[in-house]
Design a protein around this ligand. Structure first.
Ligand SMILES: [Zn+2]
Ligand SMILES: [Zn+2]
Length: 312
């Protein structure tokens, strides 16, 4: 199949849900998916109610606490565990990770991890679900999620987790943990708790997570010559509990730590290390010396990708 840019992708390698959009699109492109997008838009509009509620240090703490709790669910759960299997854990803690990830309202673990595996498989090529280099900042940041093209996911990509019925259940009813969290915020601190602890906190988690798809392929430094445009950024690493070391991550995807040196702050990994002391997680994978020192790498996979794909 020929796709924009002169690439040819074999049907066996093709993820049916991958996008081949290569040009920026206008708002009207998303209009047909307005029912599915309504909750996402509502979450943003609901933040405006902060203008009408009291702010206190308690709700501020709730906002920050729920931000980091759910960011951990996304980074340590959806990303490092479900997408990359960078460490092992028990079935009950696997469920906890899925629940925490779901509470960030970024759809289910199977949907998230399947698309993320496509991102690594086709990084910054036309089949990448969210490359800013093939489309636009907007598309990579949020457009691809709002688009009808990514409503479904390729379950063949994530068969290692589709075998768990409780994970399939959470993936299908992914909004339940978020609704439970909203209820807890409201019952514990009233309407201002709901606004700050849930609406604002959720929108902050949205955009800081999305920065990794957009800014981390645009701005920052490259330590490793990977076959994509991934970058490292301290600021994004602080905001996302370690995900900002995105060039490191593209270089060694299965590593539980994305900050490779002590000065590369990676809060998710620090928490995983503490959890490993209690036997809650184990077998945390780390890059070996060879991988760490391999700073210049022949971008073979880029070549292969385009060959797999062999330019037409
Ligand atoms: Zn990336
Ligand atoms: Zn990844």
């Amino acid at each position: 199949m020929t796709i924009p840019g002169g690439f040819v992708i074999s049907s066996t390698e093709l993820d049916k849900s991958a996008s081949f959009l290569t040009q920026p699109v206008g708002f009207s492109y998303y209009a047909s998916n307005w029912v599915a997008n309504a909750p996402f838009i509502f979450m943003h509009l609901a933040c405006l109610s902060a203008l009408f509620v009291d702010f206190s240090w308690q709700v501020g703490l709730l906002c920050v606490g729920n931000y980091f709790l759910r960011m951990f669910g996304i980074t340590a759960g959806y990303h490092r565990y479900f997408s990359h299997r960078a460490y092992k854990t028990s079935r009950w803690f696997q469920f906890v990770l899925a629940w925490l990830g779901c509470s960030a309202l970024q759809k289910g673990p199977l949907w998230w991890a399947s698309h993320h595996r496509d991102h690594h498989k086709y990084s910054d090529t036309p089949a990448d679900p969210h490359s800013p280099h093939r489309t636009s900042f907007w598309w990579s940041h949020v457009g691809w999620i709002l688009s009808e093209e990514h409503t479904e996911f390729n379950d063949k990509n994530i068969q290692d987790f589709t075998k768990y019925p409780e994970i399939r259940f959470l993936n299908k009813f992914h909004y339940i943990p978020g609704m439970v969290l909203a209820l807890i915020c409201y019952l514990s601190m009233g309407f201002s708790g709901l606004v700050w602890g849930f609406f604002i906190s959720t929108v902050l988690v949205y955009h800081c997570t999305f920065f990794i798809n957009s800014l981390s392929h645009l701005i920052g430094r490259r330590r490793f010559m990977t076959d994509d445009e991934s970058k490292n950024s301290l600021i994004l690493a602080i905001l996302t509990m370690g995900e900002g070391w995105h060039n490191n991550h593209h270089h060694y995807q299965s590593s539980a730590n994305q900050g490779f040196y002590w000065w590369e702050i990676d809060l998710s990994y620090s928490i995983l290390v503490v959890l490993s002391w209690f036997g809650i997680v184990w077998d945390l994978r780390k890059p070996n010396e060879k991988a760490l020192n391999h700073k210049v790498r022949v971008p073979k996979s880029k070549k292969n990708k385009r060959e797999l794909v062999s330019a037409g």
